[in-house]
Ligand binder design. Structure first.
Ligand code: AMP
Length: 420
């Protein structure tokens, strides 16, 4: 137990870190191109924020949150997602004060008490964006395209983009009623969760994972039949903009966000080869959320992308960089008497920005050369007794095995530019 990470969590080891950094670099670059700025919010928040911001009737809030009382008896929750926190920060710091749209992105750990399996963890990482302050359909299209661009830049193929509209508080009550009538006649056949959703939040039945509920839901009425003019034209405009850039998408009427503050566009990107956990990113518009959390009425839209799943998909398609980190120089010294001088050179070279390693045990020449190979040193500096007495060292180029004697003064000039 002491030597195992808690169930559903994972260490990210040095051998894996390059892949993570690579993905993070790509998404930071895309965010810069799209004009999104990074925000970092606390890992934990007041529980109430998530109850309000995600919704009391959702699985995340009902079953999956890591909630505890702190020593001051406040109810605290490890963030299960980051939209509510970003919106809270937006309101708290009045990021709306300049009247401009706030375009924010984040990368970080989220926590959900989920059943762990491939692609589903209790601590996982999300990259996400939130655009607050505009109800223009072009922001919807831009947000969707940002997600798609990140995934395309990584080289991922076989992605599926699904979009839908979930209406707004104007047109949804009528749809709710239609759904209640439809599912009401079949309530005995629904799972226990859906039976309670029937009165509380019937739209959530549409995305129930239970196969039998799913089958019943296939014949449910579509929201498109009740959309108000505003929602209808908004959705049309989003589709036109996606068409304009030639992005392929599918309209999926079962894609829902069943809370009142979610409005209009909903979307999901899937990578089917990941099987049961094929959703790579999901998001949508939430024009009522900022107000719900106590801010001024402000439109918003965002998505979150699961980085473990992006990495799994990239690995499947062989897109991740190999661990190619090299060491610029390895300093070899077998003589305790002259080690101080060698150590001094190590530090000076590092000061000049070179990656330099040395042997801590003063082992044999053979074992030190082995270590130099292991860290993929480009050059080895050998502090031999005879050369040292002459004020010089041996410089060995590991690529071609050529070696020459150089004076101390020339070490820096010989190694200049190695790191490039
Ligand atoms: P959600 O916040 O539930 O809309 O999730 C957004 C994205 O986060 C999903 O599409 C997944 O890629 C990822 N995700 C959600 N839950 C988990 C989890 N438990 N483990 C790993 N990734 C997850």
């Amino acid at each position: 137990m002491l030597t195992n990470a808690p169930r559903g969590t994972k260490d990210i080891l040095p051998s894996e870190i390059n892949a993570w950094r690579y993905v993070e670099d790509v998404l930071r670059k895309v965010c810069a191109e799209f004009g999104f700025k990074e925000i970092r919010t606390p890992i934990f928040e007041h529980t109430e924020l998530f109850q309000r911001g995600i919704g009391d009737t959702t699985d995340v809030v009902e079953k999956e949150m890591y909630t505890f009382l702190d020593r001051g008896e406040r109810s605290i929750t490890l963030r299960p997602e980051n939209t509510a926190s970003v919106v809270r920060a937006f309101v708290e710091h009045k990021l709306y004060a300049d009247g401009q749209i706030a375009k924010l992105f984040y990368i970080g750990s989220m926590f959900r008490y989920d059943r762990p399996q491939a692609g589903r963890y209790r601590e996982f990482h999300q990259f996400g964006i939130e655009a607050l302050g505009s109800d223009s359909p072009s922001v919807d299209a831009e947000s969707i395209l940002l997600a798609i661009t990140v995934l395309q830049r990584l080289g991922l193929k076989d992605l599926q983009l699904k979009i839908n509209t979930v209406g707004c508080p104007n047109c949804r009550p009528q749809y709710r009623k239609l759904l209640q009538d439809f599912f009401g006649t079949k309530s005995q056949e629904l799972c226990e969760d859906c039976q309670s959703r029937l009165t509380r939040n019937p739209m959530r039945i549409l995305d129930c994972k239970n196969p039998h509920c799913h089958e019943i839901a296939m014949n449910a009425p579509f929201l498109t039949d009740c959309l108000c003019d505003d929602c209808r034209s908004h959705f049309e405009e989003v589709k036109k903009l996606l068409d304009a850039v030639g992005v392929h998408y599918e309209v999926d009427h079962s894609l829902v966000r069943g809370l009142d503050y979610y409005t209009k566009t909903a979307f999901e990107v899937q990578y089917p080869p990941l099987g049961a956990q094929s959703a790579v990113a999901g998001g949508g518009r939430y024009d009522g959320l900022v107000e719900e959390i106590g801010g001024p009425a402000t439109s918003g839209i965002g998505f979150a992308m699961g980085l473990e799943r992006v990495l799994l998909a990239s690995e499947k398609q062989n897109l991740l960089p190999q661990n190619t980190e090299m060491t610029d120089a390895f300093v070899v010294c077998t003589n305790k008497e002259i080690f101080q001088s060698a150590f001094n050179i190590v530090m000076k070279l590092r000061d000049r920005g070179l990656k330099v390693e040395f042997d801590y045990t003063l082992g044999s020449m053979k074992s030190q050369m082995k270590k130099a190979n292991k860290v993929q040193a480009k050059y080895v500096l050998i502090f031999g007794d005879d050369e040292f007495a002459r004020g010089s060292v041996i410089l060995k180029n590991m690529a071609n095995s050529e070696q020459k004697e150089i004076t101390f003064e020339n070490i820096f000039s010989e190694l200049q530019g190695v790191e490039k």
